[in-house]
Design a protein around this ligand. Sequence first.
Ligand code: GLN
Length: 226
Amino acid sequence: MWIDSAHLDETTLASDRLAYDEAWSKLRRADGVLVPGGFGIRAVEGKMLAANYARENGVPYLGICLGFQIAVIEFARSVLGVKTAHSAEFDEKCATPLIIFMPEGSRTQMGGTMRLGARKTMLRSPKCLTAQLLGATAFDERHRHRYEVNPAYVQQLEAAGPAYRPRPSRVCPGLGERMEVFELQGHPFFVGCQFHPEFKSRPMKPSPLFLGLLRAASKAATAKQP
Ligand SMILES: NC(=O)CC[C@H](N)C(=O)O
């Protein structure tokens, strides 16, 4: 079931009540939510609402790349109370640039300068869900992005306490650590990843992150049955 997340926000409520109600009715029926990667501001606030809905209602959530960045912003806004948190991709002058342009990127040379391809992610703890699902704390997954979680805020996010587990990973030498994974404890399944598990996922060998989402969603669906 696909939802145009632009229809979840208040501008659609004002302009097209039917589309708004339909989008929310689909979201409320969903046993799991996947917010995929993306570029550009279209529907970003709706994606934020979907992440908020999944987080607050214990609905399994997998956020990929932009879906990961959205989940981190939503958490900062709603849980940490940092209302001005945003991505510099959508508001370059925002007061709290939680997601910033990566230092190694180029703004003038667009061709091939994205952070692309397989990169090593090294998780801090074997106990996090991502490490358990992937069966490793170090793995190569493919990437495709220009922005990252602002390292200046990672400590503040980590200080949020046991409800939250950011898992930064090492990047290219000299660039320190990059936050690649976002998980919530005490939630049936809430995972965001900066990398794209779909790029290495195959029909007969799906990425364990997709299987994790589906398992959690199917458990939620079974629990709903009378
Ligand atoms: N592939 C994506 O989702 C990219 C996310 C975001 N637009 C970035 O460039 O970082």
